[in-house]
Design a protein around this ligand. Structure first.
Ligand SMILES: [Zn+2]
Length: 232
């Protein structure tokens, strides 16, 4: 029985190990959008370079071997097919030189991904992802229309979408710029989303979109955030 537990634990370590390697290879594609993932990924890359330079053995490998050694009394490993396959990939015999080259390729690719992300970051990172056109008079006018509407009273993205006939997605994309372009003492107030079932108020939320479900009761009916501009 305990043998089985060790074997399952070893399988989990293999899966984590495999995930870790995938993260090393492709982590930049998440890291370019999420800052903390970027730092984790850069740390992971540095660590893997150190592992190779000093021919250290990954602690996960030790852990797995230790668990395996306790898992079965001399019997052959008979984990699931997928785990077996992952294991083969993890411990693939790659010549040291080739591994270094592959690592170089991964680092190079990641560097390009991060460089591009950084270069685009200061200038409205969200707009391009939303597929919206560049700043045009139409965009400016829409923003002014939104401002005019929410100066009169609070409105949700849906209210605004109906009032000025653009999609809610567009409203939300504009809202970010509305918030930035207001000159003090004018400022944008976001009335937080509220759970329709238990009344939970998303008071910490700073985003313009509606949350998908309530953290308190898991209910999915959420009254969306409303926006208004106050003079002081
Ligand atoms: Zn709730």
């Amino acid at each position: 029985m305990t043998g089985l537990i060790y074997r399952i634990a070893a399988d989990i370590v293999v899966a984590i190990h495999f995930g870790w390697i995938l993260f090393l290879i492709g982590g930049a594609f998440i890291g370019r959008r999420v800052r903390w993932v970027m730092w984790l990924h850069l740390g992971a890359l540095t660590y893997s370079v150190l592992l190779q330079l000093f021919s250290w053995i990954c602690p996960l490998t030790y852990l797995e071997f230790w668990l395996r050694s306790r898992s079965s009394s001399g019997r052959h490993y008979s984990g699931s097919f997928i785990v077996h396959y992952m294991e083969k990939l993890i411990y693939m015999e790659i010549p040291r030189g080739l591994l270094m080259i592959l690592t170089g390729v991964v680092i190079g690719t990641s560097a390009v991904v991060y460089y591009n992300a950084m270069r685009k970051a200061p200038a409205a990172p969200d707009r391009n992802r939303m597929g919206l056109p560049k700043d045009t008079t139409r965009e400016m006018t829409l923003r002014q229309l939104i401002m005019a509407e929410i100066e009169k009273g609070s409105m949700t993205a849906r209210d605004l979408s109906k009032a000025i006939r653009i999609s809610e997605k567009e409203v939300i994309a504009h809202m970010e710029h509305v918030a930035k372009s207001l000159h003090p003492p004018k400022r944008l107030i976001i009335e937080p989303p509220v759970c329709n079932k238990c009344g939970f108020v998303f008071s910490e939320r700073r985003r313009f979109t509606s949350p998908s479900r309530c953290p308190q009761c898991r209910h999915e009916g959420i009254a969306p955030p409303a926006f208004r501009i106050v003079p002081a």
